[in-house]
Design a protein around this ligand. Structure first.
Ligand code: PEP
Ligand code: CO
Length: 445
């Protein structure tokens, strides 16, 4: 294998990169990012890897979620609190049902870059570059806003740092209240057949927390500190390279811009720049696997990205769509089994289930998302494998972007509060309901 360095990806074809008008502006900005304090430290990154190794072995479960496209404007107190709160509540439901700790991994504090299916779009008769995430250009449909601007990398660093600073403050103390299911808003379930069952589950969690608190575990730091990790798609490689460093007293390079990074389904070419960059960093990493991934490619991806079969290193995040999962997942499970390698399997039931309404609005149906998850659990069980995690695009806000759920959102509701910069997200109620439904799946015999 050729030698790796933080910039060895540059000799490979890189898809989905911004087309900067002045690429020479990149180098000083990247140097500046590299000289600023890292966002995370290598000990935390290794800590996450150890937790993911436990999930791989069936002794933990991973909840991965957050925005599709995080916006700089999302870097404000209430939005962050609500996002953390829903993830924390979901994690309690899952750990109670699965009787296992849940690893909380946010698509947050850096999820600023998006792969797109076409480089330009036409809005009101005007052709312009597509929005590629706040890291690259502006969302507003104006040609000037859509010009990629390298300065945005520095702005991204600062917003990620501010977001993470607040997350650390919230999780280190004063956030424990959110453990209390009496603060959960279950009113959206009113009149639903499952209302009583979910209420009961919430009460049992409440009792369990009460008990743990009564024996002094809160004082001892068991419940008052919450571990939370950050992640984003490693897409814009000059940005990722800028965070890549060899920490003192460690061998190897780490990307210290996030704890976990993943390669998207559009950029996992075996000879491409992304696989080259990812193979050399020591972080735990993920790869999105869709229907276009052949078994032979999957084997090579695993060999390139996890040559030492390191526990916790590699998560395969599958995203086929509810209708296609049965055609692809069993083959992919068999392929991995035949290699004898360990991986962590996670299910992203969002990205294979997107569709457009007749009005051209991007949406996803709660029921299709649920179906892909149910099938993922069942297919893993049938193959003697194990689903170790789930991956969602969600928000703690009351948006109307996905259809269905207990609130029975319909196409006409989509105009009410549709604020995503890219793909439709589950709202607070849909996310909480999803967690209760997964809890049922985890308990199924
Ligand atoms: C995403 O996670 O937002 C995404 C673009 O996913 P995928 O690479 O699976 O399409
Ligand atoms: Co998305």
């Amino acid at each position: 294998m050729t030698p790796w360095s933080p910039d060895s990806w540059r000799s490979r074809p890189a898809r989905q990169q911004p087309d900067y008008a002045e690429p020479q502006a990149l180098a000083p900005i990247a140097r500046r990012i590299g000289s600023l304090p890292p966002l995370v430290f290598s000990g935390e990154v290794e800590g996450l890897k150890a937790e993911l190794a436990r999930a791989e072995a069936g002794r933990a479960f991973v909840l991965h979620g957050g925005d599709c496209a995080e916006r700089f404007a999302d870097c404000e107190r209430d939005t962050i609190v609500r996002k953390l709160k829903i993830l924390l509540q979901m994690s309690l439901i899952l750990s109670h049902a699965g009787r296992r700790p849940v690893v909380r991994l946010g698509r947050i504090a850096g999820q600023y870059a998006k792969p797109r299916s076409s480089p330009t779009e036409v809005v009101d008769g005007v052709e312009m570059p597509v929005y590629r995430g706040d890291l690259v250009n502006g969302l507003a449909a104006e040609p000037a806003q859509r010009q990629p601007d390298p300065q945005r990398m520095l702005t991204a660093y600062h917003h990620a740092a501010t977001t993470l600073n607040f997350i650390r403050a919230l999780t280190a103390g004063g956030f424990a209240d959110l453990h209390h299911p009496e603060h959960w808003r279950l009113d959206f379930m009113a009149g639903q057949p499952r209302q009583a069952a979910f209420q009961q589950m919430a009460e049992r969690i409440h009792d369990a927390i009460d008990f743990v608190e009564s024996i002094g575990a809160l004082r001892d730091g068991v419940l008052d500190r919450v571990t939370f990790y950050t992640s984003h798609e490693g897409l814009v490689l000059p940005y990722e390279e800028a965070f890549t460093t060899q920490p003192p007293r460690r061998s190897g390079h780490y990307n210290l811009g996030a704890h976990f990074l993943w390669i998207g389904d559009r950029t996992r070419q075996l000879d491409g720049a992304h696989v080259e960059y990812f193979r050399g960093i020591r972080n735990p990493i993920g790869v999105k696997i869709g229907p276009s991934c052949s078994p032979a490619e999957l084997v090579e991806l695993i060999e390139k990205l996890d040559p030492d079969d390191e526990p916790g290193r590699l998560t395969l995040i599958t995203r086929y769509g509810a209708d296609r999962i049965a055609d692809y997942l069993p083959k992919h499970i068999e392929t991995v089994k035949a290699t004898g390698r360990r991986v962590l399997w996670s299910c992203d039931p969002m990205h294979g289930n997107g569709r457009k309404t007749r009005d051209g609005v991007k949406t996803r149906d709660f029921s299709r998302i649920l179906t892909e998850l149910e099938r993922a659990f069942a297919l893993h069980r049938a193959a003697g494998s194990r689903l170790g995690g789930v991956h969602f695009e969600l928000t703690g806000d009351d948006v109307t972007e996905c259809l269905g759920g207990a609130q029975a959102l319909e196409e006409a509701d989509l105009t009410r509060s549709y604020t995503t910069g890219c793909d439709p997200r589950l709202n607070y109620a849909q996310s909480l309901e999803m967690a209760f439904r997964i809890a049922e799946m985890m308990r199924a015999p």
